[in-house]
Design a protein around this ligand. Structure first.
Ligand SMILES: Nc1ncnc2c1ncn2[C@@H]1O[C@H](COP(=O)(O)OP(=O)(O)OP(=O)(O)O)[C@@H](O)[C@H]1O
Ligand SMILES: [Mg+2]
Length: 334
């Protein structure tokens, strides 16, 4: 299969001013030539094939958006080689834009004052979409989402969810080979997130569109991505199937407990009681989660330790979640 994206040793550095404190410092900064170099992306190499949906993950400031900006041609790399659809993106930005779609989180690329359908018509002209293809696409969209009420609404009157949905529809309208979605579900409710995941999945299936997705929502990853790439501090930590990653941490399970009494207090008791076992305790929504390394500690043993001084109202046992796997990688590395 054909690689639609190839990055080879890509680095992006920014020169930023070394800021000084206080008013004197601010004045000094005005005339300062005291710059330091920040590596937003450092020596990243990857290949992505047509039709893949790849989750591009990492903590805040990891370099995800910077990488996407280089792939879309908005930024040029400081060093390394980059090819998108066989072209160097920043050199052939206009030609490249024919073959890609882009959505950047909360920033809409639609015409604010126009009803959505007018934006779509403009995009049809800009990208030279054939009328038949355009109509087919709108039919396809209608089969996936409730399109009609959106079409006649000016973008500025839309809710965040409606606007994001519209932005995503617009980005796929010209049937690009690749679509870059930078945090497409940020700030959306569960129903809208689910809509958007279904939509992305369906378009990928039908059009074989390659999708590069950055997100902090592991629900997006579970719903959409087979392969994930994780970067941190600009450097690549992981590039493989999500299942492979899970099996890496396969010996972990989470015991969830709803205790009698105050959850936070009980969690502290339990943490003390489990000292010496390979577990970690956290709380969420009235539940205490105990992540257990089953190679070191057995679930029944942990449970009986807990029951020595905690009355349990309810309990669940879960396989390690994507959320926890990713959290472990962010904090401990691979
Ligand atoms: N134009 C710029 N000038 C200076 N530094 C920048 C610039 N753009 C990004 N950076 C720095 O590069 C690093 C990576 O930023 P980037 O926006 O790519 O992170 P990210 O992974 O998208 O984070 P987030 O999850 O918060 O969106 C950060 O330290 C950021 O401050
Ligand atoms: Mg970002």
């Amino acid at each position: 299969m054909e690689n639609v994206i190839e990055l080879d040793g890509i680095t992006k550095e920014f020169k930023v001013l070394n800021r000084h404190e206080g008013i004197k410092g601010s004045i000094k900064d005005l005339f300062s030539r005291d710059y330091k170099t920040v590596y937003a992306v450092k020596d990243v190499s990857l290949k992505i094939k047509q039709g893949e949906i790849v989750g591009y993950l990492g903590p805040n400031g990891a370099g995800k958006s910077t990488t996407i900006k280089m792939m879309t041609g908005v930024l040029n790399p400081s060093s390394g080689k980059i090819l998108v659809n066989g072209r160097v993106p920043y050199k052939e930005r206009t030609r490249n834009s024919q073959d890609i779609g882009v959505v950047f989180g909360q920033r809409s690329q639609l015409w604010w004052a126009l009803p959505l359908v007018e934006s779509f018509k403009l995009l049809k002209e800009i990208y030279g979409i054939e009328t038949k293809d355009y109509n087919d696409m709108l039919d396809f969209y209608s089969s996936l989402v409730d399109l009609e009420p959106l079409l006649h609404k000016p973008v500025r009157q839309m809710s965040l969810g409606q606007r994001t949905l519209s932005d995503i529809l617009a980005s796929f309208l010209h049937n690009p080979k690749i679509c870059f979605l930078d945090e497409p579900t940020i700030g959306l409710d569960v129903a809208m997130k689910s809509n958007i995941r279904t939509l992305i999945h369906a378009i990928n299936e039908k059009m074989n569109t390659t999708v590069i997705l950055t997100t902090h929502d592991m629900g997006d990853v579970d719903a959409l991505c087979k392969r994930i790439i994780i970067i941190d501090k600009g450097q690549m930590l992981y590039d493989n199937d999500i299942e492979h990653l899970r099996s890496f941490f396969g010996s972990y399970r989470t015991l969830k407990i709803r205790p009698q009494g105050n959850v936070e207090d009980k969690a502290k008791d339990i943490e003390k009681g489990l000292a010496g076992t390979d577990t970690s305790v956290s709380t969420e929504d009235g539940w205490i989660s105990i992540l257990i390394n089953e190679e070191k500690s057995k679930v029944p043993d942990v449970l009986s330790l807990i029951q020595q001084n905690t009355k349990i109202k309810d309990m669940q046992l879960q396989e390690i979640s994507t959320e926890e796997v990713i959290k472990k990688i962010y904090t401990e590395g691979v």
